[in-house]
Design a protein around this ligand. Structure first.
Ligand code: CA
Length: 347
């Protein structure tokens, strides 16, 4: 997994994490591109360069710096950030809670991967403390400006664009553009979100912070986990047709203060990331290096990726009586050895 690290008194530079050790890529390989304090320049080089670097890294036999001795940094400069809504279970659960009088899924949901533009400037690296946001929320039906009382997590996968497109240039295959995968926690203030989201979607209820792992797993390292995407009905339009298997057989683990509260399966997601990439460029919108698009909350039957679903909007507390996040709580999302982890503590 690629990341940016530093040690006291040294400049931040690129590293490759193997287990709990970090290879200093600039020292081990000598490439100037790895001396940068972000992965953007390397990510912009394209697939052949990524494959070549990964081959050379795997052939290395060098000492690794213990992970505990390094400080990690935001691994890339985030260009645009888009969050999708690709889990059938998550979209259905939220629909039932927020719009109980309607069909849980809006009529568009099975025809296109629904998404919204998030705030790139507040994407933070794992370990960054998360300040409880203020916002408008209803108190006895009256909007008041207060700290959120329903701070939640959303366990997601994020896809990082390395190679962009020029105006008028449709994107090529998914693997020509997407450099790798990271874990995402899309922190959400449910009371602020519930009051503000109609009709234009999430805004301040989510834009205060989005955490990502310090480590990006290159697509090559996920080959063994690739599976067909979930069957889709109706068949999506031609530009959303799948040409390769971009489902990933991964199970996320969501921990609150060290207790596992859910194990959401990524493999059951309705929309796959190749379809998301095709959709976000289907109108001619260009891609650029550092674009981040996230899957949306990963929820499976019985394994939701958010507290609002696990506790059914607070009606069914966790065994310890908890519903939403308290100050001092630490949330950690992981997904086995192929990916890192994303953690954050509420302050
Ligand atoms: Ca989300």
């Amino acid at each position: 997994m690629y990341g940016i690290f530093s040690r006291p008194g040294e400049a931040a530079r690129a590293g490759f994490r193997v287990g709990n050790g970090v290879i200093d890529l600039a020292a081990a390989l000598g490439d100037e591109v790895f001396r940068s304090g972000s992965l953007n320049a390397f990510m912009a080089l394209g697939r052949e360069a990524w494959q070549e670097a990964y081959r050379r890294i795997r052939a290395l036999d060098v000492a690794r710096i213990p992970l505990a001795e390094v400080r990690t940094h935001l691994p890339f400069e985030v260009a645009d950030y888009v969050d999708f809504y690709a889990s059938l279970e998550h979209a259905s659960n939220l629909g039932r809670m927020f719009r109980p009088e309607e069909e849980p899924l809006k009529p568009n949901w099975r025809h296109l991967p629904v998404g919204y533009h998030g705030r790139a400037g507040t994407v933070v690296v794992s370990g960054t403390p998360i300040r409880r946001p203020y916002g408008q929320r209803l108190v006895d039906g009256v909007p008041e400006y207060l700290p959120t009382a329903k701070l939640d997590l959303e366990a997601e996968l994020g896809f990082v664009v390395g190679v962009g497109t020029e105006p008028g240039q449709p994107p090529g295959p998914f693997e020509d553009h997407v450099f790798g995968v990271t874990l995402v926690n899309d922190w959400s203030a449910r009371d602020i979100q519930a009051w503000e989201y109609v009709p234009l979607g999430p805004f301040l209820g989510k834009s205060f912070a989005t955490s990502i792992s310090a480590w990006i797993t290159p697509l090559e390292a996920l080959e063994h986990l690739r599976v067909p995407g979930r069957a889709q009905d109706p068949e999506p339009p031609g530009y959303l047709r799948r040409h390769a298997h971009w489902g990933l057989d991964l199970r996320l683990r969501v921990e609150v203060n060290g207790e596992t509260v859910s194990r959401p399966p990524y493999g059951g997601m309705y929309w796959t990331p190749d379809q998301m990439l095709a959709h976000m460029t289907a109108n001619g919108a260009t891609l650029r290096t550092g674009d981040l698009f996230a899957s949306g909350t990963v929820s499976g039957p019985g394994d939701p990726g958010s507290l609002i679903e696990i506790t059914w909007n607070g009606a069914k507390p966790l065994p310890n009586g908890q519903t939403f996040l308290n100050d001092g709580d630490t949330v950690t999302i992981s997904a086995g050895p192929a990916l890192g982890e994303v953690t954050g503590t509420i302050i």
